[in-house]
Design a protein around this ligand. Structure first.
Ligand SMILES: [Zn+2]
Length: 257
């Protein structure tokens, strides 16, 4: 693990974070993520390459468009920072291996899911369908999960969420969990295996009731809190399971069995 590789990974993370920002903005609008190049959403001015440097440009421009001085959302540098930080953590954890590649892809997919579902209440099929296939294919080369475990992960993830969706409809007489969540769970199962998808379910339910409950407590608008999307919690749970899943599962088994 050399310093140069580490620096390259940090920079790669920033570049991927910048690309993630484009995806978060354009995928819900069903627009191409490759063309045209970035422009200011307010005035439409093309963003020059020297104004498009991750983190730095935001600081130099003091968070405003060079042309019209409109405020640039803090989400942009935030996504760049989180992507780079998580990718670096994955490198430190897995080294330059296939598990790092798979982890890196899962990190990007989770960041996209988190922000797109939070803002638009959708989990796009263009993320989950290729994600399921990719997670499965990567199981042939990674140390964990095995190919069989990846298949089981898809089935268990999809099955659990399908059941939860049916149960939710019976109990609340309305759709409580979207099809997007089911496909997301299948994708996470493909990447993490059946044990960790169960952990993700547990973690996201915990996080969801904790954060959802707090929001409910402080919010006057009950209607708004009823529609808190579940995808962001699944994304958080998946990141935790990816880094700490083995430790958490063995601690759980030691405590209860
Ligand atoms: Zn502008």
């Amino acid at each position: 693990m050399s310093t140069i590789t580490l620096i390259l990974i940090i920079l790669l993370g920033l570049a991927l974070g910048s690309f993630s920002n484009v995806c978060i903005y354009r995928i819900p609008q069903r627009r191409s993520i490759l063309i045209p190049s970035s422009f200011c959403p307010k005035c439409g001015a093309k963003i020059r390459p020297y104004d498009n440097i991750p983190l730095l440009s935001y600081i130099i421009l003091k968070g405003r468009c060079r042309n019209c001085k409109a405020k640039i959302s803090v989400q942009y540098p935030l996504v760049e920072f989180i992507t780079s930080a998580l990718l670096t953590l994955a490198y430190l954890r897995f080294g330059l291996t296939w598990d790092f590649a798979a982890g890196g892809i899962l990190i990007i997919l989770m960041i996209l899911t988190f922000f797109i579902d939070l803002k638009h209440r959708i989990i796009p099929d263009v993320l989950t369908f290729p994600g399921i296939v990719l997670g499965f294919l990567l199981s042939f080369v990674v140390k964990s999960p095995s190919v069989l475990n990846s298949i089981l992960g898809i089935l268990v993830g999809g099955g659990m969420f399908y059941l939860a969706a049916i149960l939710g409809e019976l109990l609340f007489k309305k759709e409580s969990m979207g099809g997007g969540d089911i496909k997301l769970a299948m994708m996470l199962g493909a990447f993490l295996g059946w044990q960790k998808i169960l952990l993700v379910l547990l973690l996201s339910a915990l996080l969801g009731s904790l954060i959802g409950g707090t929001t409910l407590f402080f919010s006057k608008d009950v209607k708004e809190t009823r529609t808190i999307p579940f995808g962001p919690f699944l994304a958080l749970g998946a990141i935790i399971a990816m880094f700490a899943g083995d430790a958490l599962i063995s601690a759980y088994l030691k405590t209860f069995f």
